[in-house]
Design a protein around this ligand. Structure first.
Ligand SMILES: Nc1ncnc2c1ncn2[C@@H]1O[C@H](COP(=O)(O)OP(=O)(O)OP(=O)(O)O)[C@@H](O)[C@H]1O
Ligand SMILES: [Mg+2]
Length: 247
């Protein structure tokens, strides 16, 4: 079997007495879409921060493409091909959509023309071309989230980690975001997705990792996870369980 692209090995993150992540272990293989779910405060964003170098975990290791990246600077991890987006979007408001995307491209591009070419390609891929000259600050939340993904994609990642990229979107926009995730997978990207909208992520995920109070409680294919008693109790509730059984 191929080596996993990402190995999260016993990651613990403490803030004083608060244990936000407790010995979390899971792998992600090349080409997979793996979702990370769990209630508010379960430790999902903290784990993203530990994996992508924004925090150095208190214990444990993070291995990406056979390299130990634990505590490495985020820009170095990004250069290795692991990029993330943020739960709270951070567009460069006074810059245009295209310029925002170019900032991502400059991670690898040396010349402006090169960065522009990458940005044009990503604008097409993310259906933002018609808005390329608008100021990012003037966009709707859905488009701001799309720019966030586009800017991350411009760094040419092998693995993209999305932190609630669909929150606040309407049904049509959620469908478009799901299609984009599948299109990225088709292009060979590996995705790790944090999301609360179960209807959106269960159909597109190969596997689901469930966190509760900082601990991994279940890791399996979506069909198993939605019927798992512990997951229903901790997070999903009867509503989604019943709904998914009917459909
Ligand atoms: N920098 C920090 N300092 C102290 N405590 C923190 C810090 N970041 C997160 N926490 C705490 O760690 C726990 C996990 O938070 P985290 O943001 O990772 O949860 P989450 O699963 O992403 O939640 P949500 O679904 O609401 O985004 C929470 O109790 C939170 O208050
Ligand atoms: Mg979060």
């Amino acid at each position: 079997m191929a080596q996993p692209m990402l190995k999260v090995d016993g990651v613990t993150m403490k803030f004083g007495n608060l244990v936000a992540n407790s010995r979390v272990t899971f792998n992600v293989s090349e080409g997979e879409i793996v979702s990370l779910i769990g209630p508010n405060g379960a430790g999902k964003t903290t784990l993203f921060n530990c994996i992508t170098g924004f925090y150095r975990p208190t214990e444990g290791r993070v291995i990406f493409k056979d390299k130990d990246i634990t505590g490495m600077k985020p820009y170095r991890i990004c250069k290795l091909g692991l990029t993330r987006t943020f739960q709270i979007v951070k567009p460069l408001k006074e810059m245009t959509v295209k310029e925002n995307i170019m900032t991502g491209a400059f991670l690898n591009a040396n010349k402006r023309k090169e960065a522009e070419q990458v940005a044009d390609e990503i604008l097409e891929l993310t259906h933002l071309y018609s808005k390329k000259d608008q100021l990012a600050g003037s966009l709707t939340i859905a488009d701001k989230k799309r720019v966030e993904i586009a800017r991350a994609l411009a760094t040419r990642p092998d693995m993209l980690m999305l932190d609630e990229a669909m929150a606040g979107l309407n049904q049509t926009e959620i469908k478009e975001a799901m299609e984009l995730c599948l299109a990225l997978k088709e292009k060979g990207l590996t995705l790790v997705i944090v999301e609360h909208i179960m209807e959106a992520i269960m159909p597109i995920s190969d596997r689901v990792v469930v966190l509760n109070a900082g601990e991994k409680i279940v890791e399996d294919v979506p069909e198993v996870v939605v019927n798992d008693e512990n997951v229903i109790k901790a997070y999903l509730g009867e509503r989604y369980h019943a709904k998914s059984k009917k459909s």
